[in-house]
Design a protein around this ligand. Sequence first.
Ligand SMILES: [Zn+2]
Length: 490
Amino acid sequence: MTLHIRHLLTLVLLLAPTPATAQSDDASRLVAALLGDTPMTRDLLTLTDEIGGRPTGSPANLRAFDWALERFRGAGVEARKEPFRMPGLWLERSAKATVKGKGVAFSPGIASLPFSAGTPAAGLTAGLVDAGRGAEADFSALGTRAKGAFVLIETKELTDLEGLFREYTEAGHVERRAIAAGAAGLVYMSSRPGNTLARHNASLGLANRHPMMMMERDAAARALRLLRAGTPLTLTAVLDIRSGPAYQTHNVIGEIRGAIRPDEIVVIGAHLDSWDLGTGALDNGANSAMVIDIARQIRRLGLKPARTIRFALWNGEEQNFNGSFGYTSTHAAELDRHVMASSYDIGTGRITGFFTGGRAEMIPVVERALAPVAGLGPFTHIDIPIVGTDNYDFMMQGVPNLVANQESANYGPNYHARSDEFGRADLRQLRLNAAIAAAVTWGFATLDLALPRHSARQVDSLVRTTDLAEQMKSFNVYDAWAAGQRGLRP
Ligand SMILES: [Zn+2]
C-alpha cells in the first residue's frame, strides 16, 4: 500500500506545474507530507475501535472530543473546546421487538430512529399493518386500519447516494401520512441487506412524539409476507430512550494563525460525532482524522499560512448541524472575515470536485488551489447549494462554503448503519483525499482572492432560485430560517 502511494506521489508531482512561488512550493511539500506515512490511519483506528460510536450527549462523545483535543495539542497545534447549546438530548439505551400471530412468534432486530419517542418499560403492543411504500394511495387503501396500529413501510434496498437522498426526501412525507392516519408508530423495513440496521432521522426531530423504528430487512420481509397471506400480526416494541432538555456541549477547534492576514479565517471541518450502531468510520471518523492530520503536517513542516486556518471538529452534526450552527453564533462578529468554510462528510470515496454553494466565482479559486494535486483529478465542480452537513449555517450566513463531492463508493449502504466500521474505510483513498483537502485549504489560506460575504438579500435569493428550501425542509431546518432564528433573513 505504501509503495502504491509513493507511486502516486511521483505521478502527482510530475503532473503538477513547476512550483513558481514559495506559496506553491509550500503546497507541494504539504501534499507530499500527507501522502507519506502519517498517524492518520492509527487515529481513525483509535477513534472507531477504542472510542466507538459517539452520538452527541453520550460518554463516548465526550471521550472523542477530549481525544481530539489531545491529538491536536500532541501535534503542537493550538486547540480549544468551544461550547454551544444542543436543544435536547436523545440517546437509545436499547430497543427490542416481538412479532406475534396465530402460530407465529419471532423477535426481529430493531433500532429506534433518532428522536423516536420511547415506550413504556413493558413495551407498546399494537397491530402491525402493511402500509406498502407509505404512499398516499397506500394509506388511503389502509383507511381506518392504520389507526392505533404500527404501520410497516416497505423500502427499496439502498445501494447508492442517490437512494439515500431519496430515502431522506420521502421519509418526511411518509411520517406525515402515518401521523395523519392516527398510527401508533412507524416501522420502516431496513433499507440495508440482511440483518443490518441503521438510524435515519425522524424528520420532525425533537418535536416527534411517536415511536419510530427500523426493522431488519429479512424480518420485515417475513412480516410482510405473513400479512399479505392474511395472517394478522401484532408488534410489541420496547424502546428505552434517554431524552432530556437542552444542554451544553462543545466543538473542538484547532487553529494555526495566519502570518500575514491573521484576521482572515479559513475553516476546514468534519464532524466528530456519529451514530452508534456502528463506530462511525465513514461517517465521519475518516474525515475527522484527515482534518487533524492536515493540521499536524502544516505544523510539522513549519509552514506559515497567510490567513488563519481553523480545523473544526464539529459536534451535533447528526442532530441538525447544531455544532457548526453554534460556531456561527459564537463567531458572528468574525463571519465577515471568514474567507471560506469547507466540509468533508461523504466517507472515503474519491474527491471528484467541490460543491460551491451557488457562488460560481469560487470555482477558479478552487481550481488554482488544486494545481498541486492536479494528478489526482480530473476535478469537476458543481455550483449548487447543498444541505446535509456543516456547511449549512455558513451558507445561510452568506459565508463562501465548499462541500467536497465524493464518489459515493460504499457510503450509502453503510450510512448510519451497524456496518459503518473501520474495515469499510478505504485508507488509500483517504490519504489521497487528505492531499486534495490540504491543497484546497492551503490555497484559500494563501492565494489572493476576493470573496465577500453575501448579504441577507443574496441568501434569500439563493433560497428562492434553487431547490434549497426543499432541501432545508427535508433536513428539518427550514422553519428556523423562516422564523429568523437561524441564518440571514432580509
Ligand atoms: Zn456525516
